[in-house]
Ligand binder design. Structure first.
Ligand code: ADP
Length: 175
């Protein structure tokens, strides 16, 4: 019996994906930022930010902890939900791999709670947060493969050729 979801790789802008849930590489404030976070809020409109603010007020006054995930509406995006997760900042001195793995696991857990069957992920932490792309791709692919979930398709949406190559390499190495 196959346990894991089907993995697909796409090169492009995650805000254009037609999936049940789009994962956002947010920061702990949940109030928006640059990179994919900024793109999701720009494309999705103010409804997402309004819901993030409400979540912050009700549950995450001190911020969403690193490695955790929480869902909001997707506003104008062609998705039903945005799942916001906070990746770790890359550290040369401290191994934060488990926190990065936790982002993928927790996002899939939230997706399961929502009943999402198709989920699009960006390469979490590999932008402003500085995680080396090859290692970020390895953790992403290994973690999704190892997670029990009802999600049927996980689509990694890679913004540039380097990211696409790194994820291709990781999926190629698996049997
Ligand atoms: P982080 O702070 O977690 O590093 P970033 O948004 O800076 O988050 O970058 C995460 C990854 O998302 C990077 O590989 C970046 O190239 C990519 N990215 C940026 N914009 C988009 C987008 N619109 N769609 C998909 N991926 C994107």
């Amino acid at each position: 019996m196959s346990t894991g979801p089907t993995l697909t790789l796409v090169r492009g802008d995650i805000t254009h994906e037609h999936v049940d849930a789009i994962v956002n590489a947010a920061n702990s404030s949940l109030l928006g930022g640059g990179g994919v976070d900024g793109a999701i809020h720009r494309a999705g409109g103010p409804e997402i930010l309004a819901e993030c603010r409400r979540l912050r007020a009700s549950h995450y006054g001190r911020g969403l902890p690193t490695g955790r995930a929480v869902a909001t509406t997707a506003g104008r995006l062609a998705a039903r939900w945005v799942i916001h997760t906070v990746g770790p900042v890359w550290s040369r001195t401290e191994d934060r791999s488990d926190l990065l793995a936790s982002c993928y696991r927790e996002s899939l857990r939230v997706a399961d709670e929502l009943g999402a069957r198709t989920v699009a992920f960006p390469a979490i932490s590999t932008g402003v947060y500085g995680w080396p792309m090859d290692d970020g791709a390895r953790i992403a692919v290994e973690t999704v493969r190892a997670t029990r979930t009802s999600v049927e398709e996980v689509r990694f949406v890679l913004f540039d050729e380097r990211a696409h190559e790194a994820f291709t390499e990781q999926t190629r190495e698996l049997p």
